[in-house]
Design a protein. Sequence first.
Length: 121
Amino acid sequence: MRNKALSLDRTFEILLSFGFSQTEARIYTHLASKGPAKARDIIDSLNMNKQQLYRSLKKLRQRRIVDCSGFPATFHAEPVDQVLIMLMNKKHEEAQVIEEKKADLLCIWKSINMKKSDKDN
């Protein structure tokens, strides 16, 4: 049991490093380890505020990390391997945007520094 708790703690830390909020990481870890759950069950298990839960679930659903079905809604975590692929793709896209804007930014920065050095002389 102790190893499972340590593994869940480590999973939580890794999710935080991927940009999850603490609440989002708690919810995802709970759903991924325990399986699908209704909002009331998540609130009770995680001792969480209802508004806080729904705000975080909305963000997780927008990012396609958690989904829901049925009425009342049952929430479930997308598989960890799929979430990792989505997160990697997103980071890759962000890196491409930076790369695309790099030359423009460096050119602008160079012209700013030239103007500054002209004023200093």
